[in-house]
Design a protein around this ligand. Structure first.
Ligand SMILES: [Zn+2]
Length: 421
């Protein structure tokens, strides 16, 4: 059973009800990226001179603009490109404080070790619910303006039973894809008792967090959680009905990727240091996640982290050539990647990781959806959620070709325009 199929429980995030405000036609689209590979138009399923009809928050019709049906309202795309909204499948938005000084020190030559997470834990524990909520809202809105219509949000800066539960409770107000990351680091008060902390995570912390979480995640890395602790925590989460994701192989080679594949994780994230066996294991799970079939483990690459820690980028080309499924996400967090910008990640992936623009756009939309095992987002087809962006550009190529330029003219989320009318 996929995590999305489990029965609804008290505290589950509520799927937003579609707003029934009549039909809306997005017309005069020069280039429409659908990610619908059933037809023509290459891997992005590109259609020219297209229109999209939105009804009840969903895509009701896609076709040539000249055959577009009548609608109550119309948005003229003026020949621009229209894409599915970005799916950011990896973000840490529930926190307080910032670590700009740590960033500056790193740029002056200090290495990144992950130890700064404890700084954010202290600030997060001291913050009120409203302060945490305001930060999540600010970053979610910032991401939306840059085209992100689906965002996963992790806990992991509370690291007590109460603080992890409230982090997820706040996250669930903003997204359906909430992830329990009590195993982010061992907090300072358990530094010499890691076994005891793992017991807390698997016991009372998981019990308090699970009602608000869809996923469980572990930072499986030297200095965080070893493979035995990671396996134990993820198995407990699975037993509680949560889907599995893993922070793996970021700072050096390690067992995280293989563990993720072994447990049927939806995604292993970072994948910066991979052996041939790691790449083969990921490729063996297939390239395309299909609803109802679970084996695909997506390699989610987070180039904002390498940018912000001045580290070597993951080898996306090697994964793609081996046949692994690849997603791109921001890893938005105050320490190692304080960006909410998916267009920035697309540009980095193309320039620094040798992905083609089409591969990067797919990875940031359909790839992210696969990493969250969702088929209602990340693509534009009849019945999909009407989450899309209109660019101030004629083609998806411009996202990488014009880095740093605000190219998102309009965003529709559940069919509702978010930016200017
Ligand atoms: Zn992360």
């Amino acid at each position: 059973m996929s995590p999305g199929d489990r029965p609804v429980r008290p505290g589950d995030p509520v799927r937003p009800a579609p707003r029934n405000s009549g039909s809306l036609l997005v017309d005069n689209i020069g280039e429409l990226v659908t990610n619908d590979t059933g037809g023509e138009g290459g891997p992005l399923g590109i259609r020219r001179d297209a229109a999209v009809l939105v009804e009840d928050g969903q895509v009701a019709w896609i076709g040539p603009a000249r055959y577009a049906p009548a609608a109550d309202r119309r948005i003229d795309a003026e020949g621009a490109a229209v894409l599915p909204g970005f799916v950011d499948s990896h973000a840490h938005l529930v926190f307080a404080g910032d670590r700009a000084a740590e960033f500056a020190a790193r740029m002056a030559g200090e290495p990144y070790t992950g130890g700064g997470i404890r700084t954010t834990v202290g600030a997060t524990r001291a913050a009120s619910d409203d302060q945490l909520r305001d930060t999540v809202r600010r970053l979610r809105d910032e991401a939306m303006r840059q085209g992100t219509t689906t965002i996963e949000i992790k806990s992991g800066y509370g690291l007590t039973v109460a603080d992890e539960a409230r982090s997820l409770r706040v996250a669930a107000e903003f997204t359906e894809d909430t992830t329990f990351l009590g195993a982010h680091v061992v907090p300072a008060e358990y530094a010499d008792r890691p076994d005891e902390y793992v017991g807390l995570v698997c016991g009372p912390m998981l019990a308090a967090a699970a009602p608000y979480a869809r996923w469980i995640d572990v930072f499986c890395e030297r200095g965080a959680f070893d493979v035995d602790h990671a396996r134990a925590i993820l198995a407990c989460g699975q037993a509680a009905g949560l889907g599995v994701r893993v922070h793996a192989n970021q700072l050096g080679p390690g067992p995280g990727v293989q563990l993720g594949v072994e447990l049927g994780a939806a995604s292993v994230d970072h994948c910066t240091h991979l052996t041939d066996a790691d790449v083969d294991a990921l490729a063996s799970t297939g390239t395309t996640w299909v609803s109802g079939f679970e084996p695909t483990t997506v390699a989610t690459l987070l180039p904002g982290a390498e940018f912000s820690t001045r580290s070597p980028y993951p080898d996306a080309r090697r994964l793609l050539d081996a046949g692994a499924a690849v997603a791109l996400a921001t890893d938005c967090n105050p320490g190692s990647s304080y960006t909410s910008s998916m267009p920035f990640c697309v540009a980095l992936a193309v320039r620094e990781m040798r992905m083609t623009p089409a591969e990067a756009v797919w990875a940031a939309t359909a790839g992210g959806a696969a990493a969250l095992r969702r088929d209602d987002v990340g693509r534009l087809a009849r019945g999909a959620r009407a989450d899309l962006m209109i660019l101030d550009a004629p083609s998806h190529l411009h996202l990488a070709y014009r880095p740093g330029v605000p190219l998102i003219r309009q965003v529709l989320h559940n069919g509702v325009p978010q930016c200017r009318p």
